[in-house]
Design a protein around this ligand. Structure first.
Ligand SMILES: [Zn+2]
Length: 382
């Protein structure tokens, strides 16, 4: 596939300024401070985005990218999903300099403006692809968005960047069918809520079964009303690695996505399903992120002239997650840096949890197939 007209990269140093504070212990009595003399940074700190940018510069990959400057989203753009009261609440907490915008959604000084720039980065990414300035984009933005609900923040997320980007593509460019693929290890509950009854957006989420949030991302949640069948949850048992994700793509995700025939593909890219992540218990190597990106690039080439926008969500291994993101951008650009990795890929790919499909994962894949087959003929007869 031709690299022309190139790969965009959304980034702004102001993304580093969103400060969710220090880590706390969540107990039945509420948050307690971590007792160590040296404070521990909040998991959703600036390091993933900063180190990703650093690796791109260090390897020279930056020279293969078209820099896209984000602009702040407007209140009108946010309120296609969020309530005006919620947007105002985030603004007030930000002025105050601290607070929680919902459930585990910390706001620091100036977080409102940075969250506007994060959502606006997603919009700028869509604009760059739709105008043909670039064919595909990685948006290295924060704070993340996929847990954010219409009226409250959740799970480190303030405004739902991917929902706002999808609605922008529909309203500004008349896009009729958007695929949102969410490979973050947690379930993208805010995104599911936004499009649960909406057949114009196919929401597909691969996540660790039973992780976060409670009772979301369940297999039986398949959409409602006119959106029946357009929510595809793939809850996978803890411990799944590259082989299971590849099988899930080949057997379920790609056949459904091809049948849906999107006009734009958005990815909620959380690199917290990696083998070294402290929040998840999945076992993906950097190669899985390379492969998933390539598979979605091929799908985009088949269905929508290559239009693909990838938005940064979670990723909490300060050492490994930036390399997973580097792998994604290697696939987007077609340039392999061969930078030595924290875990030797040749060793990783021999490990059974990464290279094989265990009995519980095999059973889960079969159940997922049979749940979605009534809506998607492409899955029948397997
Ligand atoms: Zn996550």
């Amino acid at each position: 596939m031709s690299d022309s007209p190139g790969v965009g990269f959304v980034y702004d140093d102001r993304y580093l300024q969103h400060n969710p504070g220090t880590e706390v212990f969540w107990t039945e009595r509420g948050p307690l401070p971590v007792p160590f003399v040296e404070p521990t940074l909040h998991p959703s700190n600036y390091r993933l985005v900063m180190r990703t940018k650093h690796l791109l510069d260090l390897t020279g990959l930056t020279s293969h990218l078209v820099r896209i400057e984000p602009r702040p989203a407007t209140v009108e753009e946010l309120t296609v999903f969020h309530t005006p009261e919620y947007v105002e609440r985030v603004k007030q907490l930000s002025v105050k300099g601290s607070g929680d915008a919902g459930e585990h959604a910390p706001v620091g000084p100036g977080s409102y403006e940075i969250a506007l720039l994060s959502a606006g980065g997603a919009i700028s990414a869509v604009d760059a692809v739709m105008h043909g300035r670039v064919r595909r984009v990685f948006a290295n933005c924060r704070p993340p968005g996929h847990h954010a609900l219409a009226d409250r923040g959740m799970g480190y997320c303030l405004f739902n960047n991917v929902v706002i980007a999808a609605r922008h593509a529909q309203h500004a460019y008349g896009i009729k069918r958007v695929l949102i693929l969410d490979w973050d290890v947690h379930h993208g509950n805010g995104t599911q809520e936004a499009f649960y009854a909406d057949p114009s957006v196919l929401f597909v989420s691969l996540h660790q079964d039973g992780l976060y949030p409670d009772d979301m991302g369940l297999l039986r949640q398949t959409g409602a009303g006119e959106g029946a069948g357009t929510t595809i949850n793939l809850p996978l048992p803890a411990g799944c690695g590259d082989a299971v994700y590849r099988a899930a793509f080949e057997r379920i995700v790609l056949p459904i996505a091809r049948a849906f025939c999107p006009e734009l593909i958005l990815i909620s890219a959380g690199q917290d399903a990696s083998v070294m992540d402290p929040e998840g218990r999945m076992c993906l190597s950097t190669n899985a992120y390379r492969w998933m990106t390539s598979a979605l690039m091929d799908l985009a080439a088949e269905t929508c002239e290559g239009r693909l926008v990838i938005l940064q969500e979670g990723g909490y291994s300060e050492l490994y997650a930036p390399y997973c993101t580097l792998g994604i951008i290697e696939s987007l650009t077609g340039v392999r840096t061969n930078l030595p990795e924290p875990q030797d890929l040749r060793v990783l790919q021999r490990r059974p949890e990464i290279a094989t499909i265990g009995p519980s994962a095999d059973a889960a894949l079969k159940e997922i197939e049979s749940t979605h087959a009534p809506f998607w003929p492409a899955l029948r007869g397997r």
